[in-house]
Design a protein around this ligand. Structure first.
Ligand code: HEC
Length: 295
């Protein structure tokens, strides 16, 4: 095994510390920012979902009982909680396809509300675990990254059953419009579908990566400067004077005739060492001269 040199030890340790700091710092910063972006998205999604819930509630409590009294031949979609919530949300999200709100069902009244594969999977999870009240996460859709918040749609209110029980019980005008085959047979307590709300996070995640790249670039620059400054300082004050000192001490131990120059520069400790070696050289020479005189 070769004995490490002081230069090697310093360089290696500096590099190790810098690499740990660079990747540890970059990674930690990335996690922090990503977490903040997720929290922001979640807050936004929660707010929007509460508005959708409020519209649903308002429709069930205030619109449905009153419009139902009209009892005319035309079916008013305005009385349908799902219709109200989805319609209002479409104007809220106007133009931004990343903001979506969908009430999807396995057996929907309106074919446009049929659950897609992802929604079917969410409904299955909610049905399998009745304690599960919410699911959230990241979804990739058409090249966009979306944060989603999903809640089960459970039939809790007997008012819902009026329209979703049997075609015979539902308003005639509604059956005439949507047909007698879809969206019936729902029972109180059933989880029939899912509310799925998405908000965009593509841009937030991209900014996170940009910030991390800037931070790591800055750190790398500082570390490179620090590396060269520290190694150069170490070379000038310790490594090079120590080399000369080691050479001089080595020679002095072998012969008294050769007197290589001892380093006059270097760190304080090196100078103390050089002076000490100089004194040893002198006393060694004196001792040898006395021995020579006696013989
Ligand atoms: C007045 C009749 C009526 C009532 C009351 C009603 N719905 Fe509906 N529901 C409909 C119709 C019609 C649609 C299709 C709306 C559309 O065109 O988007 C629908 C759609 C839905 C959807 C979207 C999936 C689908 O089937 O198209 C869900 C979920 C839903 N209703 C749940 C409920 C719940 C829960 C309640 C009780 C709070 C309720 N409905 C009350 C008539 C009704």
């Amino acid at each position: 095994m070769t004995v490490p040199t002081i230069r090697g030890v310093i360089r290696r340790n500096l590099l190790i510390v810098f690499l740990i700091a660079l990747f540890g710092g970059g990674g930690g910063f990335y996690l922090l920012l990503k977490n903040a972006a997720m929290n922001d998205a979640e807050d936004e999604a929660r707010l929007l979902l509460s508005s959708a819930m409020a519209i649903r509630g308002y429709t069930t409590q205030h619109i449905l009982p009153n419009l139902a009294k009209l009892n005319d031949a035309v079916f008013h979609e305005e009385t349908v909680p799902a219709f109200a919530a989805q319609t209002v949300f479409r104007s809220v999200s106007a133009g931004d396809s990343a903001y979506t709100y969908h009430e999807a069902a396995l057996n929907p009244t309106s074919v446009s509300d049929r659950a897609g594969p992802f929604e079917v999977d969410l409904i299955r999870q909610f049905r399998n675990d009745s304690k599960l009240k919410e699911l959230r996460g990241i979804l990739d859709q058409r090249g966009q990254r979306l944060f989603y918040l999903a809640r089960p749609i459970q039939i809790k209110d007997a008012k819902c059953i009026i329209c979703h029980d049997t075609p015979a019980r539902a308003p005639k005008a509604m059956v005439a419009k949507y047909g007698p085959n879809n969206g019936f047979g729902w029972r109180l307590g059933d989880i029939v579908g899912v509310q799925l709300l998405t908000v965009p996070v593509t841009q937030q995640f991209r900014s996170t990566l940009e910030l991390v790249a800037i931070l790591m670039g800055g750190l790398a620059l500082i570390f490179t400067i620090a590396y060269f400054a520290l190694t150069a300082a170490m070379e000038a004050t310790v490594a090079a004077p120590l080399d000369r000192l080691a050479g001089a001490a080595d020679q002095a131990s072998r012969s008294t005739s050769e007197r290589p120059e001892l380093p006059a520069a270097g760190a304080h400790e090196i100078r103390v060492l050089a002076d000490a070696i100089q004194r040893l050289r002198v006393s060694l020479a004196k001792a040898l001269a006395q021995l020579g005189g006696k013989s």
